[in-house]
Design a protein around this ligand. Structure first.
Ligand code: HEC
Ligand SMILES: [Cu+2]
Length: 472
């Protein structure tokens, strides 16, 4: 008897909750139907979709296409990337807190593998992974509500997940708070990822994926936006002095944490972990794989600011370098050019090889040698032989010998972007060297004479003239 009553009560409860569920579901559908439909504009990184100006919820339709594409991972080195939208990172999605997102994932028929998407902005098991798992030649549609504002990573979650992510299958979705975000002058979208190729760093030709290196977490490349040099040379980010810059930075991984830093800038605000609160006046911020940060700062003086993972061998030996080229008026009260003078010689101590200016005519090569050892040898090595794939040789350099005179431009203004020396590709960043005209002439002449079998090619007057012309 007791038992039957209990069962009856349960039946009633089920019936009641069904009725409740029915009305509330249809109410929800009615509300959803009323939402304006907006198709998300998708732009290639480092560009970002436009800020949201609307003040109410919408149904945002996102059409993402999974594309397996062979592209350059470094100059002369190719790799088969798996992507969301053809780019690494995948195209950024931008919605408003409370929006309903209708995500269409297409797996192109020309692809070889099944893929899916797990968005960290989703509240619910798997973040959409199960709903969107599809073989090539199919489309999956999945709808979710963006309940919480923040900057979220999305990624493929198809087994082996580490491999899909290592091949470039990640991107970010920004859920703006209801009240919107403060206005800035520039917004950029950068993601770091670790890549595992069969060959060594910058080994030429098409490279395959090395699962063992991935398991050992020993990447060949650590990159911003999927390619060595994606954000240097022609790809450099740009800003003007006093402009407010916002970077949406995330880590796809699959394995390495990033100590994200911009050399020459202090972040005014860091929305740590891509969340709602900000910290002020930050130098370096830690971003885990599958995590993000929003940094804001205002460059005050012109010059190149360098984006790095402050685990520095990743930056200088594995590719995690980018540039923000800042233009504008110099402000010596904030950032001066500096003065360098030799220390007075201590009695009895051996005299340093830096010759005083008056002795130039007598010993120009000695002066050049001194500059070389003090300044250039740190990167190009004391014998000028360079570091394969990273710092080009200055000794016996065909590039140098072709136009030794013009090399002064490189010393004066710095250089980034692709470069071929003795048949080997380089794509690094050489900072402008803060040297006076005599020293620049001396070091170029020294390199040409002592390391390339040439003759002196220029004097301080000519360097002075070259200083006025900024080449790119
Ligand atoms: C912080 C490291 C660093 C320092 C210091 C440095 N260089 Fe470089 N240099 C580089 C890198 C990296 C490149 C390649 C740039 C590129 O890929 O565009 C380069 C390229 C060059 C090139 C053109 C390529 C070649 O091999 O002929 C010349 C010339 C050169 N540097 C001269 C100098 C001289 C002279 C000095 C010292 C006054 C100097 N560099 C100091 C890093 C450095
Ligand atoms: Cu995948």
């Amino acid at each position: 008897m007791k038992e039957r009553n209990y069962t009856r009560a349960k039946q009633l409860l089920v019936a009641a909750s069904c009725a409740w569920a029915f009305t509330s579901v249809s109410a929800v559908y009615a509300a959803e139907a009323a939402l304006p439909v907006i198709v998300q504009e998708l732009v290639a990184p480092p560009a970002v979709p436009a800020p949201i100006t609307r003040k109410s919820a919408a149904r945002v339709v996102v059409n993402l296409t999974v594309e397996e594409v062979e592209k350059e991972i470094a100059p002369g080195t190719r790799y088969m990337f798996w992507t969301f939208g053809g780019t690494v990172p995948g195209k950024m999605i931008r919605v408003r807190e409370g929006d309903t997102v209708e995500l269409h994932l297409q797996n192109l028929a020309s692809n070889k593998l099944p893929h899916n998407i797990d968005l960290h902005a989703v509240t619910g098991p798997g973040g959409g992974a199960a709903q969107t798992l599809i073989a090539p030649g199919n489309e999956a549609t999945f709808t979710f509500k963006a309940l919480a504002s923040g900057l979220y990573v999305y990624h493929c979650a198809t087994a082996p997940v580490g491999m899909h992510v290592a091949n470039g299958m990640y991107g970010m979705i920004l859920v703006e708070p209801k009240e919107g975000m403060s206005k800035v002058d520039r917004e950029y979208y950068v993601m770091q990822g670790d890549f595992y190729t069969n060959g060594a760093y910058r080994a030429e030709g098409l490279q395959g994926f090395d699962m063992q290196k991935a398991v050992d977490e020993k990447p060949t490349y650590v990159l911003f936006n999927g390619a060595d040099g994606a954000l240097t040379g022609k790809g450099s980010l740009t800003a003007k002095t006093d402009e407010k810059v916002r970077m949406f930075f995330g880590v796809g991984g699959p394995n390495l944490v990033s100590s994200f830093h911009v050399i020459g800038a202090i972040f005014d605000r860091v929305y740590g972990d891509g969340g709602s609160r900000y910290q002020e006046n930050v130098q370096t911020t830690l971003v885990p794989p599958g995590g993000s940060t929003i940094v804001e700062f205002v460059p005050k003086v012109p010059g190149n600011l360098t984006l790095v993972d402050h685990s520095l061998t990743r930056a200088f030996n594995k590719g995690a370098v980018g540039l923000l080229a800042v233009s504008g008026e110099a402000r010596p009260e904030i950032y001066s050019k500096g003065i360098k003078t030799p220390l007075p010689a201590v009695a009895g101590a051996p005299v340093k090889a830096v010759a005083p200016p008056v002795a130039v005519a007598d010993a120009p090569l000695a002066r050049g040698k001194g500059v070389f050892e003090r300044v250039c040898a740190a990167c190009h090595l004391p014998d000028g032989s360079g570091v394969a794939g990273v710092f080009p040789p200055l000794a016996n350099s065909d590039f140098f010998q072709e136009r030794p005179y013009e090399m002064a431009h490189i010393v004066l203004h710095g250089r980034s972007g692709e470069l071929v020396v003795n048949g080997q590709h380089y794509n690094g960043v050489m900072p402008a060297q803060d040297l006076n005209d005599e020293d620049v002439a001396a070091v170029i002449n020294y390199i040409n004479v002592a390391m390339n079998g040439g003759k002196p090619v220029l004097n301080a007057e000519q360097v002075k003239a070259m200083r006025q012309i900024k080449q790119q």
